[in-house]
Design a protein. Structure first.
Lengths: 74, 333
């Protein structure tokens, strides 16, 4: 089950306070690019945009990355 | 559960027949071979190096064919320039994947490499493919090209894409196989993105990358390895000019990524056999880097059990170097 977009776990994920360990390249690209984007611009507007992108990604690929989603919700 | 897709090295008449039969195809071959094909629902690019079941080989009179699976709902061939490349992700299907080929040394490749991660839809739409090139003894003489079989256009400054829609219950996922790992040691960082680097930070201290490589005697047939949250993303060296203090690269480096020089690999074929055990699902598509073919002296040797084109850059969402890229089509739900 994907937490709703306003759940605090997404802000924790985007700001790097919730980490994911994965062997899947797509997930690791998401994590790294989110980290780089947040380091470049940590404004509330960009944080909101990064949360939106991350939530959309995990919603779309919920069935492909269950272990990674469990790390976010856990 | 993954789905096997038909992919093999074919003769030109075999490919002509497949196009005439209405197949949707993703092709790799020499310019001469691809030029002999009729119009149809296919895209392709120039490369005459291939991984086959018999081993890696060079062939100018055959074409590597990846057939779009029969269960695909739709496949659409399009081409894009640097000016409208952001449209690539917008045109990609909601559920599916996109095959793409970009010509080496082109503006559209540079734009893709530097900006793809900023495009709306990055990672949401699996973009998989490769960079077209020429015979290695003809680099700088011949020009890499891509072919839009739908329009009949042969393009040197645009990329081609085949957008493939999948039905509910099937999803595409991209994987990479990297025989290189970080060699440890100094951490290299860059303050700006680009295909050329001069200044960098070595363990946080300003340095010139070309001077650093030269003074340390670092072999540049092995890549820089970027740490993407534990996944290794390679950047290959093109040229080191110690006099000018510049290093040219085959993919951009990015600010915010920790890079290390790769641990040297002596036996490429053995490394692939170790990395690709045969227990993995057979990919729907795979490609491998020409640097691995050349530096690893892979002619006649196998890259695990993989087949596919040998290419001048690999695409798995973004541009990669010295890497194997695999497309898996998963049965889900």
């Amino acid at each position: 089950m994907i937490p709703p977009i306003d759940h605090p776990v997404w802000a924790q994920f985007v700001t790097g306070n919730k980490t994911i360990k994965s062997g899947r390249a797509t997930i690791n690209m998401l994590v790294q690019n989110t980290k780089m984007e947040y380091e470049r611009d940590a404004s509330p507007a960009n944080t909101k945009e990064l949360i939106s992108r991350s939530h959309k990604f995990f919603t779309q690929f919920e069935s492909v990355f269950p272990n990674e989603i469990a790390q976010i919700t856990g | 559960m993954s789905v096997t897709v038909h992919a093999e090295l074919c003769t030109i008449p075999e490919v002509q027949a497949a196009i005439a039969a209405g197949e949707s195809l993703f092709l790799a071959g020499s310019r001469e071979a691809l030029s002999r094909l009729p119009r149809g629902n296919w895209v392709g690019g120039t490369s005459c190096y291939f991984m086959t079941e018999e081993g890696c080989l060079q062939a100018e009179d055959r074409i590597f064919v990846t057939k779009v699976p029969e269960f695909a709902l739709e496949s659409t061939a399009l081409d894009y320039g640097a000016d409208n490349l952001a449209q690539l992700h917008r045109d990609a299907p909601d559920n599916g994947f996109t095959f793409v080929v970009l010509p080496a040394s082109s503006e559209v490749l540079k734009t893709f490499a530097e900006k793809a991660s900023n495009f709306n839809g990055f990672l949401l739409h699996p973009i998989v493919g490769w960079v077209s090139g020429v015979r290695v003894d003809r680099i700088g003489i011949d020009k890499p090209a891509v072919f839009n079989g739908k329009s009949g256009d042969v393009l040197e400054d645009r990329c081609v894409a085949l957008h493939v829609s999948l039905p509910i219950g099937k999803m595409a996922e991209l994987e990479i196989v990297n025989i290189f790992e970080s060699g440890g040691g100094d951490v290299i960082r860059f303050v700006e993105a680009g295909f050329q680097a001069s200044q960098c930070l070595v363990n946080g201290k300003p340095a010139n990358l070309a001077e650093y490589i030269t003074s340390k005697g670092i072999p540049t047939e092995f890549p820089l390895v970027g740490d993407y949250n534990g996944s290794s993303i390679n950047v290959a060296f093109q040229a080191v000019d110690a006099a000018k203090g510049t290093v040219k690269l085959y993919a951009p480096v990015f600010a915010g990524v920790d890079y290390h020089f790769a641990m040297p690999v002596a036996d490429y074929s053995g490394a692939f056999a170790k990395a690709i055990t045969g227990e993995e699902p057979e990919p729907a598509f795979a490609c491998n880097c020409v640097h691995n073919y050349v530096y690893g002296k892979m002619e006649g040797k196998k890259a695990g059990n993989l087949t596919g084109p040998i290419t001048f850059g690999e695409i798995a969402h973004q541009l990669l170097n010295q890497t194997v890229v695999c497309l898996q089509i998963l049965g889900v739900g």
